[in-house]
Write a protein that binds this ligand. Structure first.
Ligand SMILES: [Zn+2]
Length: 653
């Protein structure tokens, strides 16, 4: 098997990448006493654990995170800067209508007067919102959703690289959420499957070469509703232990999202409610098993298939009940059992021919009101910059903070402010976390300098409670020495997709879409610190305390099977035994813990290893820090079965 890494005795025929949607690293430690032997503990006890894995990009959302897991690249590279963005060039009614169906808007409180002579707010647009997986040039196989594809994703990911190297390899993505399945699996995936609750069941789109037989599974979906039609506490965490691992007093119950009740038992009276419970994770793992069986994944010795699985229910109940809730505690120990069943199945079927990596697309912050219940001194809250509901026509129909921003900006720009003016007079046209998009038509009408408007908007935002940092896009793009906060935002920044002014919130502050629930999306510990775990074929067990990041997942698995996958911030983690790496490290008189391994690429009897040593230098003006010191590049050849260094190179960046 010349394309595989040097010491692989039995090459993996199946690579499984699991993403747990919304999982903070601390869950692994907090709920550890209640894990089974073969779920998370399979990674923690007999796999490789990276307890210091953090996302490096600022906008920690589902679309960007899954694209990063699948590609090893930052959002500025793979292009998925958010779940949505605003395309200023094209007014597309279909995209607007999709947006209004999908999003929670600020609804102006009554009484509002509708004026038939005035256009609706978005009708003064010159562009459209874009959902990260939206593609109306393809159609969904069933259900209510529009066609979806990885059209907006830029460049190749792990799956694409594996398919290029191994022509028979198959790559498939599975999740309840379309964007999770699609963006991990990449452009050349054979199929991505996601869930449509109106069906109910899994669907795909005409972008893919799916096998319709997989949809036989859908008949079993309603059967996942428990006989009680309720989500009850499982008892896996004893009642007496719950107060120690949660913060969920009765006073918190009304502060959660109460759509399915603020505490146990939660009624499961619909398929939607089912997906907001741990049973949604079981459906996902069982469907993934069904796909393995139907598609005979992992059956070609010497050719690795790649299966990406994202469990999404964790994010649904995580948003509703928050990280300190009994629901999240019970949800994760139940997830552990579902994971155990899935991994048992993989092990039974593939033995040591399977390798599994697990991470999360982002963490989550506490529900601010519950955080304050726990500690009244906490500085936290909600920043409500929601776009208005479809029927809005005037500036007064905006959320109060948006009205205030318009007013303050008008004062700074010395132009008249009228709350009753039509929406086309607003300076800020559109909000999508973490960007504000300006109304450039209005700025031209008033003959204002757009840079000055951006700068004044940035100044207004810096006075908004909860806003930590704000930048104009021009500032970010031309900054000579970007600091850490700027580098994080630059990793989530793409000209043409990002807005005119971008913001980061303080810890414990969240973008809000209502008055309860919580969310993620900030460059703060709670949102960036996630699990990064490996188990299976070739994995060297251990707890690796070096700094790591989910970009490394694709790069590391890629190096293992002899392909290079990843971007500027990804490295090969020293998870897999590698003679090539050992020879290079011995030459450097270094251990894997002291260096940053950037590349281990093996091509037949020839290999390249790149290792960085020394302290990273400050970033050159106008660029991101590449986190490099001195680069050592080794070219090795296998001669009579032994790897020999044939050239050494030193570089600096
Ligand atoms: Zn997510």
């Amino acid at each position: 098997m010349p394309a595989f890494a040097d010491t692989v005795r039995t090459p993996p025929s199946l690579i499984v990448v699991i993403s747990v949607d919304q999982m903070r690293y601390d869950y692994l430690e907090r709920f550890a006493p209640y894990f089974s032997t073969g779920g998370f503990n399979r990674f923690l006890k007999s796999g490789a654990t990276f307890p210091n894995a953090h996302y490096l990009h600022a906008a920690t959302f589902t679309g960007p995170g899954h694209a990063t897991i699948g590609s090893g690249k930052d959002p500025s590279e793979h292009g998925i800067i958010g779940n949505n963005w605003y395309d200023p060039g094209v007014l597309d009614e279909k995209k607007w209508s999709w947006y209004f169906n999908d999003q929670t808007m600020w609804a102006p409180p009554p009484p509002t007067t509708f004026d038939p002579k005035l256009p609706l707010w978005y009708q003064s647009a010159v562009g459209s919102p874009v959902y990260c997986a939206y593609d109306d040039s393809v159609t969904a196989t069933a259900g209510k959703t529009t066609g979806m594809s990885p059209r907006s994703l830029i460049g190749e990911g792990l799956g694409d690289r594996v398919k290029a190297r191994f022509p028979g390899a198959r790559v498939i993505g599975v999740a309840l959420k379309d964007r999770a399945a699609i963006l991990m699996a990449g452009h050349n995936a054979d199929a991505a499957y996601w869930f449509d609750q109106s069906l109910p069941g899994f669907i795909s789109s005409t972008y893919y070469h799916f096998d319709p037989k997989v949809f036989d599974f859908n008949a079993s979906v309603p059967g996942y509703t428990p006989g009680t039609a309720q989500w009850n506490l499982s008892g896996i965490i004893p009642q007496d232990d719950l107060p120690a691992v949660t913060f969920d007093p009765p006073a918190a119950w009304g502060l959660k999202n109460t759509r399915y009740g603020g505490t146990f038992p939660h009624p499961i009276a619909s398929i939607r409610a089912l997906t907001y419970s741990p049973y949604g994770n079981e459906i996902t793992f069982d469907f993934a098993t069904h796909v393995i069986n139907t598609e005979s994944l992992g059956s070609q010795i010497g050719t690795p298939d790649v299966l990406f699985v994202s469990v999404s229910s964790t994010d649904y109940y995580g948003h509703y009940y928050g990280p300190d809730s009994m629901e999240v505690a019970d949800g994760f120990v139940r997830l552990d059992r579902s994971l155990q069943r899935f991994l048992d199945t993989l092990e039974r079927r593939f033995g040591d021919r399977v390798v599994v990596a697990l991470s999360a697309d982002h963490g989550v912050q506490p529900i601010p009101e519950i955080a304050k219940l726990r500690n009244p001194n906490i500085d936290g809250g909600r920043v409500d910059l929601r776009n208005p509901a479809q029927q809005a026509q005037r500036i007064r129909d905006l959320a109060p903070l948006r009205v205030e921003i318009e007013k303050q900006l008008a004062i700074r720009l010395r132009v008249p402010f009228d709350v009753n003016a039509p929406y086309s007079h607003a300076f800020v046209f559109f909000f999508e976390e973490p960007s504000l998009y300006l109304n450039h038509t209005r700025i031209r009408e008033l003959k204002l300098d757009p840079e000055r408007v951006k700068q004044q908007l940035r100044n207004v935002l810096l006075n908004v409670p909860g806003v930590d940092e704000a930048w104009t896009d021009t500032e970010l793009r031309t900054m000579k020495r970007p600091g850490e906060a700027e580098q994080r935002m630059l990793r989530s920044f793409l000209p043409g997709r990002s807005g005119d002014v971008l913001m980061a919130l303080k810890p414990n502050w969240i973008w809000t879409w209502g008055t309860n629930s919580t969310t993620h999306g900030q460059p703060v510990e709670n949102d960036t610190h996630v699990p990064l775990l490996f188990w299976g074929n070739g994995v060297k067990p251990g707890r690796y305390t070096m700094p790591a990041n989910p970009d490394d997942l694709a790069q590391t698995l890629g190096a293992y099977v002899g392909v290079e996958a990843g971007g500027v911030d990804s490295h090969v983690l020293p998870v897999f035994n590698s003679e090539v790496l050992s020879v290079a490290l011995k030459d450097l008189k270094a251990s894997a813990d002291d260096v940053r391994i950037d590349k281990v690429e093996i091509n037949g009897d020839r290999a390249t290893v790149r290792i960085w040593t020394g302290k990273p230098k400050p970033a050159p003006p106008g660029t991101l820090s590449m986190d490099c010191g001195v680069g050592h590049t080794y070219v090795l050849e296998r001669q009579n079965g032994v790897w020999v260094i044939v050239s050494r190179g030193i570089s600096q960046c």
